[in-house]
Design a binder for this molecule. Structure first.
Ligand SMILES: CC(C)(COP(=O)(O)OP(=O)(O)OC[C@H]1O[C@@H](n2cnc3c(N)ncnc32)[C@H](O)[C@@H]1OP(=O)(O)O)[C@@H](O)C(=O)NCCC(=O)NCCS
Length: 162
């Protein structure tokens, strides 16, 4: 396994055509369907980066910015933003396209943390991340901050429980 990998080594773009089965009673997409596509694309990125089995350990707030309709093409773009010792923070952007008009719009963003597991199901080290572009560097620093904030939240929750 390489000690360090580039963001582009594991990025994933997944496309889906929205079918009637994917929608709610208002004919817009069911949020759970979008969430499962986000989780799937992000999991593939985490697996490609670590070359291990991975599990989702945390999903940040998800906001749906605009509705997605039957017949839209949905593009789920996922890439590694930040890596810890055994965890990988993935950023996902969901874009919906109307194939008739060619218009596209950003509908959702999400951040998911995965942990790579060894053969006995325990967290195992992942390769480092080489950030090259300005965008990748910005996402890396924001990711570090996000992970720090998540850790603080977890400590507060644990204190509140005890
Ligand atoms: C993921 C799991 C193996 C981690 O076990 P653990 O004993 O907490 O492991 P550790 O404390 O060593 O933490 C491992 C990494 O996860 C990170 N982590 C743990 N809990 C986290 C949380 N709530 N949010 C973000 N990161 C978290 C730690 O910061 C650490 O990252 P690092 O090594 O990069 O610093 C365990 O929590 C688990 O099995 N969870 C269930 C996963 C699952 O079933 N997901 C749904 C289906 S895929």
């Amino acid at each position: 396994m390489p000690a360090i990998k580039k963001v582009s080594d594991s990025s994933v773009t997944m496309r889906q055509l929205v079918m009637p089965n994917d929608t709610n009673p208002h004919n817009t997409i069911f949020g759970g369907t979008v969430m499962s596509w986000i989780d799937m694309a992000a999991a593939m990125v985490a697996e490609r980066h670590s070359n291990k089995n991975v599990v989702t350990v945390h999903v940040d707030d998800i906001t749906f910015l605009s509705p997605i309709r039957v017949g839209d093409h949905v593009c789920v773009k996922a890439q590694v933003n930040y890596v810890g010792k055994t965890s990988i923070l993935i950023g996902v952007k969901v874009i919906a396209e109307n194939p008739q008009s060619g218009d596209s719009r950003h509908t959702t963003s999400a951040y998911l943390t995965f942990v790579a597991l060894n053969d006995v199901g325990r967290p195992t080290e992942v390769p480092g991340l080489e950030v090259i572009t300005e965008e990748e560097k910005r996402r890396f620093s924001e990711g570090a901050l996000r992970v720090e904030q998540q850790k603080e939240k977890a400590v507060k929750k644990a204190k509140a429980k005890s």
